[in-house]
Design a protein around this ligand. Structure first.
Ligand SMILES: Nc1ncnc2c1ncn2[C@@H]1O[C@H](COP(=O)(O)OP(=O)(O)O)[C@@H](O)[C@H]1O
Ligand SMILES: [Mg+2]
Length: 231
């Protein structure tokens, strides 16, 4: 259901906590900007100012009683706002939009992880996002134990620097994360044209090189032109 009438390129990053999404997004965006492309960076949950308010509710570890259905609707509320306010206008203006997580995360975490019905998730996706789907999704595939170790090391570093980490999902049982991992693997197998699986256990430099190769191909296929442009 990709919106083929828009000139921009929509990229999303997916993968378990600690797989390197934030690290790799930073490197990719830096390189795209150095090459002269206009980039809109966004994150889920979050992005727009309203999205960031929703993010606080979703990731506050005090909100243990947040129900699964309420959580699902908040994720889609956040995404709808992001699509309307930021993503669609940026794509219409020819930007490269890069999102840290998108609907695959909802399928993996709320669908497979929490066990909410996939047909409901698909219906909400259609309602919240319409045709605004990623052209290319970078799936950073990491062994759960390695991802967890990296995420813990990162959180300890952030805590030492006085930053608080949001941990509501991180505290889930191992079985939850196994279901999420399996869901990502199934999505990647089902949609090989859109989802590019990358071995995230490699060095940061090698992962970046693999991502760049995939993105370059899509830019060429899209005949994407460079900025400056105004959203
Ligand atoms: N390829 C890699 N090899 C080793 N450590 C990595 C690699 N990629 C990221 N890291 C480190 O792992 C931690 C988690 O990475 P991060 O980018 O925050 O992951 P995510 O955003 O997917 O949760 C960070 O401390 C980061 O520096
Ligand atoms: Mg991150």
């Amino acid at each position: 259901m990709t919106d083929t009438l828009r000139p921009g390129l929509f990229l999303s990053f997916e993968g378990m906590d600690g797989s390197g999404k934030t690290t790799q997004m930073r490197l990719l965006i830096e390189r795209l900007r150095a090459e002269g492309y206009d980039v809109l960076e966004t994150a889920e949950p979050g992005g727009t100012p309203i999205g960031r308010q929703i993010r606080r509710i979703l990731l506050d570890s005090a909100n243990q009683e947040l129900s699964s259905r309420a959580e699902l609707l908040l994720y889609f509320a956040c995404r709808a706002q992001n699509v309307d306010e930021w993503i669609r206008p940026a794509l219409a203006a020819g930007c490269v939009v890069v999102s840290d997580r998108y609907t695959d995360s909802t399928v993996a975490y709320q669908g497979a992880g929490r066990g909410l019905p996939m047909d409901v998730i698909r219906g909400l996706y259609q309602f919240a996002c319409g045709p605004t789907a990623p052209d290319l999704t970078i799936y950073l595939d990491i062994d759960r134990a390695i991802g967890l170790a990296r995420a813990h090391a990162r959180n300890a570093e952030h805590a030492a620097a006085g930053q608080t980490d949001e941990t509501r999902i991180d505290n889930e049982a191992a079985e939850f994360h196994d279901r999420v991992y399996d869901a990502y693997a199934a999505l990647a197998a089902d949609e090989p044209g859109r989802i590019r699986r990358i071995d995230a256990a490699q060095s940061i430099e090698q992962v970046h090189a693999d991502i760049w190769a995939a993105v370059e191909t899509h830019i060429a296929a899209h005949s994407l032109s460079k900025g400056p442009r105004h959203v």
